[in-house]
Design a protein around this ligand. Sequence first.
Ligand code: ZN
Length: 339
Amino acid sequence: MNSGSIKRLLSSFSEFLPVERMIVSSGHRFVLPFWHAVSDVPLPHLSQLYRVPTVSEFERDLDFLLKNYKPASVEDVFRLANTKGKSDQNLFFPSFDDGLAECYHVIAPILKKKGIQAAFFINPAFVGNQMLFHRLKSSLLLNSITQIKPSGIKSAEQLLLKHFPSKNIRQFLHKATFTDHLLLDQIAEIFGIDFDHFLKQNQPYMYLQQIKELQKDGFLIGAHGMDHREFFLSSEDEILEQISASMEFLIREINPPVNTFAFPFTDFKVPNSVFEKANTDRLWNMSFGTAGIKDETMKNHLQRIPMESGVSKDGEKVIRTEYIWFYLKSVFGKNKVSR
Ligand SMILES: [Zn+2]
């Protein structure tokens, strides 16, 4: 049983535990939940990757957070990054990754209405719909597979066999990484899907002007790597290049009050030397991971809680489960981030 299935199991009885007491005694009174998009209409470019909450589900999650925590300001987050997230009051700070259009059209208006500050982490290569993230390509292809003629499937399978021992298209698409960009484009051609047309027609990402408006409204804009490649498949030089190029874009185009970076996918397997170099060279003022509620050892680095990981569609249960998971791991001394 993997950690995802255990968490799903734990979430089913998480509601019986006293969350107020768990928050205080865990020492994790500051939580940083993160999402990507919120939408009442289906989004085929995301639907195979994670469950996108509806507006009412998202508002219900925010109301749970508002009931148990106070919204943190950007200054609070910056201060708490120096104390490894240790806070003497219950605070929360939401963030949203990948710079998707729903951040501007759906999420920001809800946050403004509820008086909540937040961060939006963007990938310069996607800003203005210039390029489609490889995982979004996978999602679109997975969603179209049932409409493809057998001859098309066969051609795609033959293409895969030139590169891999298996011709299983679904399996390939579920696991495709940035190194598979070309193959994804070739499969799209076989399937008759035009990613450039999709970008123009659907405009899945925010434009620079919209991002600047979010900053004017008091939201924090941060970087998330140039093109969202997997750092665990990248060399140390490549990781540092992705960090510094995306931070340069951020400072040049947006110039936020605090320079922040959220690791794409995960900071797991990112060598300590990358953190040390980024801190010494002042590439950022603080950085963020996605490991949930954990004791962090790295300086100026905070862990966030993935809200769409499939543990539960109810954000309250996701947060409660994070605390139970934290307690269970502490019994085995495994609640510290190890890299
Ligand atoms: Zn991301």
